[in-house]
Design a protein around this ligand. Sequence first.
Ligand SMILES: Nc1ncnc2c1ncn2[C@@H]1O[C@H](COP(=O)(O)OP(=O)(O)OP(=O)(O)O)[C@@H](O)[C@H]1O
Ligand SMILES: [Mg+2]
Length: 394
Amino acid sequence: MNPIQNPFSPGTGSPPHELVGREDVLQQAKILFGRIQRGRSEKSILLTGLRGVGKTVLLSEMTRLAENEGYKTIFIEAHEDKSLVALLAPQLRSLLYTLDRMEGAKATVRRGLAALKSIISSIKVTFDDIPIGLDINPEKGTADSGDLEIDLPDLLTVIAEVARERKTAIALLIDEIQYFEEKELSALIMALHRMQQKQLPLVLLGAGLPILPRLAGDSKSYAERLFSFPRIGPLATEDARRALTEPAKEEGASFEAAAVDAIIELTQGYPYFIQEWGYQAWNHAQTPPITQDDVKKATEVALQRLDENFFRVRFDRLTPSEKTFLRAMAEIGNGPYLIGDIAERLGVKVSSLSPRRAKLIHKGMIYSPSHGGLEFTVPLFDDFLRRSIPKLDK
Ligand SMILES: Nc1ncnc2c1ncn2[C@@H]1O[C@H](COP(=O)(O)OP(=O)(O)OP(=O)(O)O)[C@@H](O)[C@H]1O
Ligand SMILES: [Mg+2]
């Protein structure tokens, strides 16, 4: 069938033709935006889920919803090796300039810029090549303590006050939030706590791998009160069916029921995989309807493409010993994987695995769920490992 008309969009962050099965969480975001704008309190949202379930496309959709509601939005994506302030500062600066062009008193904008300048100089971020020249003096006593847990709440308070004065609100959207340091996460949480206490119009919508267990002490108990943590998982069968049939229908094509069932079984309802199989099956089929046989024939290419893109990009960032660690997990079968079992497969002591385990968590390859043990963050990664490394080589 005509590849130009192919309605499927496999790819990181590529918006699907139909964002199915996420109505509840989108509704929750709408309620949040509406309530905060009216000065009511509501929990911010932290989406958690595995790789490829659709967190980024949800955040993009939420950005659009927020803008429709008159919010000013900031979207950042965390990196393993970039600080929160380095990512936020340039965006906050342009936000302040935007607010400055709106109606209202000018004095607070200048205070916002001064607070921004303070946090930059006191935290001494390295800005790589981001030119952040702020032609303004830092404000004494605001956001200049050098302690992020004090300075970030100060800074966001000043900025949210500017927004309130301009009768608007701010939505801060952060993708891959698990990459921030514990200290940065806790500073963000403290800042949100301040917003709630002062009823300021700033909300946070985050997305990431399950990170709550990494938060400790006070910030954990704050987090539980300030955020709701919707879990974004594979699509339920009916939603997965719609994710395939609706886009096809809009292009005047269709799937045989057995073809849909086959894709659902192969993909276990994971959105990224559904897009990939839908895409390949479409290209393989001569004419509609797309049959089970088309799906079967498309499977080889779909897997090959997933291996090359979805799985391989993550795998290639690992050292040989990290790969072996993961391969030993795959050897065990299904998770949760106990560290003792992994050590046994590798014939080493449990204690010797701690550094590798920590690195793999830091790289976002595995996580430790609240019920204990370890899990892969990438769905079906164990199959991939067995495919690409047929034998565990210690
Ligand atoms: N609700 C949905 N219905 C159909 N397809 C979806 C849905 N959500 C996401 N997808 C598709 O799944 C793929 C992955 O989406 P996305 O990149 O947002 O996932 P993610 O959770 O952010 O993954 P990662 O953790 O790797 O960043 C995209 O191709 C997207 O089109
Ligand atoms: Mg993403």
